[in-house]
Design a protein around this ligand. Structure first.
Ligand code: FAD
Ligand code: NAI
Length: 475
């Protein structure tokens, strides 16, 4: 006997659990199916983001940054701490606690919103007059039917062909977040977001880190002035990043991994490392979903095909987050989840893809929203640019972190903000002002005329906006 719901959500990551909550708020009877298991086999809601993504990586970034500060920056404040030691086990235990708090928080939210949760794998069975039917297998064995199904099954790490993840020597994000000891030599392939964040964690803890990147340009999607500034900082920290390499054979032995590659000069090199993290992007999860049973269209990368409203080719089936096109970001998944629930309710759900912020949580942090200078040039848009360095910001000096800058790009004729790019302290928080400004179609002058607290890092944002009109006050 199939259990009838108004909405079934497959996947309990940020796309799925937020869609389920919003649908429940709108008065629907909602079921959410998620298969993630914690260490004891119980449910662990929150998907990649909570279990092996955003949350645990930020926990380790915080711990390793404290360690780095204690080692290298406390002395300048007059604080001596003697021999600083890192207890990796305690760091991981803390990270696990933070993850569990988030898992439990989502379970509580499901109860609060009366969402029926089924722990197991969801697979389509077919469609009929009563809706689409989903079979749940695992801890829960149920058949569910609903007129509307939201697929939010997320993504998994992409492996290098011929080198599967063993999570002992060859690590995905999962293994990279639970290394029991600091490796002496750590190799990473891919200097994208995960490569830089995970490379930073283990470098701060003492590993000798080398990142091999296939492309000749560092952070090609980032405004290149910002990327260059970030690269300078990473070089200074001792994070070795080799660009333009071609990775060849990878030999995994008892004692570690040997990565053969051709460097940018065409020389053959072998990099010996104790551990290898492969961070070369992610693939959408549709395996085991039995999409064929309902005729869901997939693209050539295996992602579910959707339109701008997250509608699939099958009426009543929607898809959001990493399993569809667009940036693989938790907040993008959440926005799509909310918008879809509202569309099911007949409302006008809305996601502005032009104002989705990006943050790379390294030190310095890198954050941006809107178009880069390279994109504006390529699009033939006439623009004005303004930058302001943290070196000239009083709060940054007091913090002892003056690396980087804020950069504004505004339309040459109308002064509308087209992009804001940052590298520096707390860029992850500062970017929110730029997102709000762009969402409200503000001009650079609007930000320049707003009173910002002193001393604050946000004054660098105001000054960069003033710089668009060549009238910074403090530089
Ligand atoms: P997911 O979070 O992947 O959730 C999908 C869920 O569906 C999972 O629980 C999965 O088990 C379940 N599932 C899959 N198939 C089925 C099925 N058939 N039946 C039942 N359940 C199923 N993004 C940011 O915005 N900020 C960050 O700081 C950030 N850091 C990251 C760090 C790392 C190391 C990684 C790997 C990713 C990071 N991301 C970050 C990306 C972010 O995690 C993803 O964009 C986000 O999790 C996508 O959400 P989602 O709901 O689409 O999918
Ligand atoms: P990525 O797309 O950010 O970076 C992958 C890098 O690997 C690219 O620079 C690419 O050129 C390189 N690459 C690909 N194949 C290669 C090869 N064969 N040899 C050498 N280099 C190769 O992907 P990543 O870092 O795996 O992260 C996946 C996604 O997860 C991100 O794109 C992002 O959407 C999300 N994420 C977001 C975070 C955040 O918001 N702070 C943090 C971590 C992940």
């Amino acid at each position: 006997m199939s259990k009838q719901f108004d909405v079934i959500v497959i996947g309990g990551g940020p796309g799925g659990y937020i869609a389920a909550i919003r649908a429940a708020q709108l008065g629907f009877q909602v079921a959410c199916v998620d298969e993630w298991k914690n260490a004891t086999g119980g449910p662990a809601l929150g998907g990649t983001c909570t279990n092996v993504g955003c949350i645990p990586s930020k926990a380790l970034l915080q711990s390793s940054e404290h360690f780095d500060h204690a080692n290298h920056h406390f002395a300048e404040h007059g604080i001596s701490v003697g021999n600083v030691e890192m207890d990796v086990g305690q760091m991981l235990a803390r990270k696990d606690t933070v993850v569990k708090q988030n898992n439990d928080g989502i379970q509580y939210l499901f109860k609060k919103n009366k969402i029926a949760f089924f722990h197991g794998r969801g697979a389509f069975v077919g469609s009929s007059d009563t809706g689409h039917t989903v079979q749940v297998s695992g801890a829960a064995e149920e058949t569910l039917t609903a007129k509307h199904v939201i697929v939010a099954t997320g993504s998994s790490a992409r492996a290098l062909p011929g080198t599967p993840f063993d999570e002992v020597n060859v690590l995905s994000n999962d293994g990279a977040l639970r290394l029991g000891a600091v490796p002496k030599r750590l190799a990473l392939i891919g200097s994208g977001v995960i490569g830089l964040e995970m490379g930073s964690v283990w470098r701060r803890l003492g590993a000798d880190v080398t990142i091999l990147e296939g492309l000749p340009t560092f952070l090609g999607a980032v405004d290149q002035q910002i990327a260059k500034e970030a690269k300078k900082a990473f070089d200074k920290q001792g994070l070795t990043i080799e660009l333009g390499v071609q990775v060849g054979d990878i030999k995994v032995g008892k004692k570690g991994v040997a990565v053969a590659y051709t460097n940018a000069k065409g020389e053959a090199v072998v990099l010996d490392a104790d551990k290898l993290i492969v961070s070369i992007g992610r693939v959408s999860n549709t395996t085991g979903l039995n999409t064929a049973a309902v005729g869901l269209a997939l693209d050539e990368r295996g992602a579910i095909v959707v339109d701008g409203d997250c509608k699939t080719n099958v009426s009543g089936i929607w898809a959001v987050g990493d399993v569809v096109r667009g940036p693989m970001l938790a907040h993008k998944a959440e926005e799509e989840g909310v918008a879809v629930a509202e569309r099911i309710a007949g409302q006008h759900g809305h996601v502005n893809f032009n104002t989705i912020p990006w943050v790379i949580y390294t030190s310095p942090e890198i954050a941006w929203v809107g178009r880069t200078e390279q994109q504006l040039k390529a699009d033939g848009v006439a623009y004005k640019a303004g930058t302001f360095p943290f070196l000239a910001n009083g709060r940054a000096r007091a913090l002892g972190d003056t690396t980087g800058m804020v950069k504004f790009l505004a339309d040459a004729a109308t002064d509308e903000i087209l992009g804001v790019h940052m590298v520096g302290p707390m860029a992850s928080e500062l970017i929110a002002e730029a997102v709000v400004a762009m969402e409200f179609k503000a001009s650079a002058e609007d930000i320049a005329r707003i009173c910002h607290a002193h001393p604050s890092l946000s004054e660098a944002t105001k000054e960069a906006a003033l710089a668009v009109d060549k009238r910074t006050l403090n530089f």
